[in-house]
Design a protein around this ligand. Sequence first.
Ligand code: 3EB
Length: 316
Amino acid sequence: MSACPASLRGPLPEYRDAGDLRLEGDVLGAVVYGPARGADDPRIINVNLQPGRSSGSAEIWRVPGTIATGRDGMIRFAATEAHLFGMLEIDEREQGGIEAAAEAAYRAVAAFHRRVAQPHLLRMWNYLDAINEGEGDFERYRQFCLGRAKGLGEPLLGRYPAGTAIGRKDGVPLLQVYWLAGRSPGRPVENPRQLQAWRYPRRYGPAPPSFSRAMLLDGGELMVSGTASIVGHDSCHADNLFAQLDETLENLRELFRMVDGARRVNGMKVYVRPGHAAEPVAEAIRRALPACSEVLVLEADICREELLIEVECVGF
Ligand code: 3EB
């Protein structure tokens, strides 16, 4: 961190108990995981995924600079000159389904960022209910991918932000999207062990997923996308959680090698399918990455039926 001037420093996540959350002036955005609680700060978004601990957990994004908050149509945002944190929640029923909702959401995001001082999408998160419901091309995740691709259009091809797309199980037909954007573009980083997601073959759905494996920011932060047990484009170790975790961590190491290897992570967010205990997973991650002080395990569905675990982090 020391070599990096404050003006370049990008957002890093911090984890806190969501118990009584008071946000400092330099917080760009906060994601509170767990059942909805009345949030009175416009920088908070609530994502209903159960954390491995009972009290609820918050992920906090802070950056140097003066923060202004605002609204633009369905988008809420907080921004400094250099960074913007945006949030959008869209009701699938009002759009006629998950594909149309994703298209509308991404069309709005793309249009918004053509107008603001932070035009470059760096990192995006997507949460939707019942992500694996539906057969073949009609699986909701695949329909989401189709809508996202239509909404984003061609201009980003191969320069997508880092991404996450995860399933809630709360029966609420709400697509939730939040993201980080910047005044300067990040550098997309791909993983040689994995095919670029936007080049996945047709059998994974009518449109490939629009994300890069990671995004390297000016300040040296590596925003790592949701990473799972996929090699090439194949899922590996179907139905074996810990074998999937090992493969996933190997993918992570390979990504870090692509940027110089010397990356540390301060925290890790882990999505694990319901029915698997959180603590042994957290334990295994702490053993593999001793510098990783915070492991937040969330009970969630992964976008391919056979995948049981997915992780994400920021290397710096
Ligand atoms: C994968 O590697 C696993 O659709 O935005 C990871 C990260 C995954 C982001 C997305 C999907 C997304 O294909 C799934």
